[in-house]
Write a protein that binds this ligand. Structure first.
Ligand SMILES: [Mg+2]
Length: 392
């Protein structure tokens, strides 16, 4: 069995363009689907996949680890750079889909079988429209409370919000009080049985992140995510040590070595590798093994497209430390036109039951993709009150 071709398909999904990777083989009807979505870098990832293709043509697609080593270690640059890491990840996911199909079992059966009965999902506060999607901060506490109640009415027992406003490197009490009022309103609205997560998108400075974490500590967050600028692990570790709230981070990291640094410094309670950036399912499994040795939980970052979600679900069924899956179901109305999924969702509790189809259990409708060609993502720009550049 040989790899004959690697195709890519770009499907616009409003705030990002999904990149689907199809690895074809010389066996009739045998191919695998992966995903390598990287917002604002679509063309770079497509180029990286083209650059990797000559390394793979003619190779046996079931030698997944061998091919991962080739993609990472050859051509000199050791998988460096987020576009290359994302390209490797997308191809790796597709190779695992092929292996599952060859053996006629879902991917999680390849990795030892299911370790749980279901995977729990969490929602973002927001609807299908761009302006109220989760990246956009609602304007006041009552709006947060309304959105929180809506998520619970939809069956979710956990949700994530961006209740922390953008701030300059140092600001006074106002943004702290704002964040506290928003989280208090959500807690009051949904009670103690619902898990609330707050994502800072790594926008606060280390000191502002510290102040936000302290202010929100009484509200019993399930986790507090990317609390400050990501460049210095010690800053994140300092926040983790200063509060009882679990700190979550890792969506910007790729490769097991980056996660080793995070774990060695005891910087978080939850790691969030993105399977489409961290090196795919192969590297994700190594990161999971490392995290387990530190008894740190895993909750992979998953705001991308449907192949990413299928990969995360398969991963979750085979990974003991996996606690919850990020669910995106209202980003674009054509999501369900693009994919047929193998897993089933219990709408009442937003729990996913295992997929029984081979591989990732999905099929992608290539004709539907053609209806949503690439569109340049909207620039997301952030400036502080004095006009200096902030983080988005
Ligand atoms: Mg995040």
């Amino acid at each position: 069995m040989k790899i004959t071709k690697i195709e890519t398909f770009v499907c616009n999904a409003r705030m990002r363009n999904w990149i689907f990777v199809k690895v074809l083989t010389d066996q009739p009807g045998l191919y695998g689907w992966g995903e390598a979505t990287l917002e604002w870098h679509t063309r770079g990832v497509l180029g990286s996949i083209q650059d990797l293709e000559p390394l793979l043509i003619g190779e046996d697609p079931t030698r997944v680890e061998y091919l991962w080593q080739i993609m990472y270690r050859q051509h000199f640059w050791h998988g460096n750079g987020i576009t290359r890491a994302t390209a490797i990840s997308g191809i790796d996911i597709a190779l695992w889909d092929i292996v599952g199909k060859v053996h006629g079992v879902p991917c999680h059966r390849l990795w030892g079988g299911p370790v749980r009965d279901y995977v729990r999902l969490y929602s973002h506060l927001g609807g299908g429209k761009m302006e109220d999607f989760y990246e956009t901060t609602p304007s006041d506490a009552s709006r947060f409370a309304d959105l929180a109640q809506k998520a619970v009415a939809d069956g979710f027992t956990a949700f994530k919000t961006m209740a922390v406003p953008e701030t300059a490197p140092l600001e006074g009490l106002k943004p702290i009080k704002y964040a506290e009022a928003c989280v208090r309103a959500m807690r009051d609205a949904v009670g103690d049985d619902i898990d609330i997560m707050v994502d800072c998108h790594a926008r606060p400075s280390p000191r502002m992140g510290h102040l936000f974490a302290k202010a929100l500590e009484p509200y019993g967050l399930y986790w507090f995510e990317e609390p400050c600028w990501p460049e210095v692990t010690e800053d994140i570790a300092s926040i983790q040590r200063s509060v009882t709230t679990p700190i979550a981070t890792g969506e910007r990291l790729s490769g097991v070595h980056a996660f080793r640094d995070l774990l060695e410094k005891r910087a978080c309670s939850v790691i969030q590798p993105d399977l489409t950036h961290c090196g795919g399912l192969s590297e994700g499994r190594k990161i999971a093994a490392l995290a387990e040795s530190y008894r740190v939980s895993m909750a992979p970052h998953n705001p991308q497209g449907p192949v990413s979600t299928a990969a995360s679900i398969e991963f979750g069924f085979a990974t003991p430390s996996y606690i919850i899956c990020e669910a995106v179901h209202r980003d674009v109305p054509w999501r369900q036109d693009i994919v047929a999924e193998g897993f089933e969702i219990d709408r009442k509790g937003r729990l996913v039951r295992p997929n029984s189809r081979p591989g990732l259990g999905i099929e992608i409708n290539e004709k539907e993709i053609l209806k949503h060609p690439f569109e340049q993502e909207l620039p997301q720009r952030s400036f502080y009150a004095d006009g200096s550049v902030g983080d988005w």
